[in-house]
Design a protein around this ligand. Sequence first.
Ligand code: ASP
Length: 317
Amino acid sequence: MRELIGSALASLALATTGATASEQCDTNEKFGIIIHGGTAKAGNIPEERLVFMRTLLAGMKADLAAGAAAIDIVEDTIVKMEDSGLFNAGKAAINNAGGFVETDASIMDGKTLEAGSVGSMQFIKNPIQAARMVMDRTRHVMMVGNRGENAVTALGAETVEPEYFINNIDDQPKEHGTVGAAVLDRCGDLAAGTSTGGYGAKIPGRVGDSPVIGAGTYAKNGIMAASATGHGEFFIRFTAARSIAARMEYGGEDISDAAQAVIDEMYAAGDGASGRGGLIAIDADGNFAMPFSTDGMVRALANNTQAPVAGAFALME
Ligand code: ASP
């Protein structure tokens, strides 16, 4: 059996080519990017993360202005957030109830409706890159657990020792946020991605909404791109990100009404503590939405006319 899996992985590696090189685009003036660093508790202004996010967006704004593709910006932004050690994703992903890290991530290209995701990864340094590899270099959408981890490793995803993850060696795991990005580029293409360690009380093997296309992440050209954070079980059950797109596409709602309605619907279904969370979204015209039913949501945005702003409660200059 082991040999069979081994040879299947070897042929997978041989059958694939490098990640798709996205074309430069400078058709339109307009572009925009919105990112989140998870939900925030009342009274807790995470200044370090806000400064990091503003600086990050200054770089991404310059890249978008120069014609970078939305899908590349989503991946690049999330890699940098995963590597920062400031968020519940990548390096600072939170431990599960078993005391070890399991990460989830997904990415979606609104132009092609292609998507890739990974769930319950234990050793992958950048889960969002692994998700992109699944999208670009396999015929699948979702790879999970140790077999999925073997597959993305065979594709070239970088692995790390357990000690790489700060919370694996820290007695006091830090509550940082999930990360996500939604982008409109100068071609008018939309893309979104999300990456997380889930939440601390999760049972080993639990997978949340972040790697589930249509729940934690969704993008469709002409409509919108979105990434979620919060109580993942509700975002899965309410197909949160796709529901925003459906409300816009079939119901004619604008992005603010659609995103707010989805957050309200989940909150109403919960008991006040459950069903809470937030979303960031951008539509095909560059309009942003960022509703949340938690105390706050760490988020930042920029576009072709707006310099990066970030905030956990109100957006601050
Ligand atoms: N949505 C994530 C999950 O349920 C957690 C979070 O965003 O805080 O895994």
